[in-house]
Design a protein around this ligand. Sequence first.
Ligand code: ADP
Ligand code: MG
Length: 162
Amino acid sequence: MVSLEIETDSPDSTRHAGWLLAKHLAPGDCIPLSGEMGSGKTCLVQGIAAGLGVPSRYPVTSPSFTIVNRYPGKHMIYHVDLYRLNSKHDIEDLELPEILSEDGIVLIEWPELTIDSLPETSLYVHLSWDMISEFRRRIRFTDTASRFSVFFQELSHAFPRY
Ligand SMILES: Nc1ncnc2c1ncn2[C@@H]1O[C@H](COP(=O)(O)OP(=O)(O)O)[C@@H](O)[C@H]1O
Ligand SMILES: [Mg+2]
């Protein structure tokens, strides 16, 4: 298990990290994105969607009221936001198993309640605020199955260690 933490200093640089990640994703990947409100989860998803060629007529926003947004690109993206989920009980009402069985890429904001029911997860992402500046965020990527070493190399070149 290898982790890499970067710092971004603007929404665009967070999007760029997502854009770099996109080409390393394969159908069936499920990526939990944790981090408090405003830490940049949706912003990272915007970069991933751009990297997978999602047309601009599909706006990538937090799907809080629909639970799942779908964006077509090189692979289908299922953008899930479980912020409003109150209990494990509610999870049963979700179409999550169906979504996970599709051959797409599943990106889950607020994944905490479902973390036990997710399939094998090979990349975890955690975002947090860095209090030094309003525009600075820390993003930690954890590669559990050694699949993302090339991505990690690209990321460390694009975001030199602070
Ligand atoms: N470095 C940064 N990375 C991402 N977002 C940033 C950054 N700096 C400022 N922001 C702002 O923080 C907010 C992040 O919102 P969003 O991506 O919706 O967060 P979340 O989905 O985690 O709640 C946006 O308003 C964005 O403009
Ligand atoms: Mg969000």
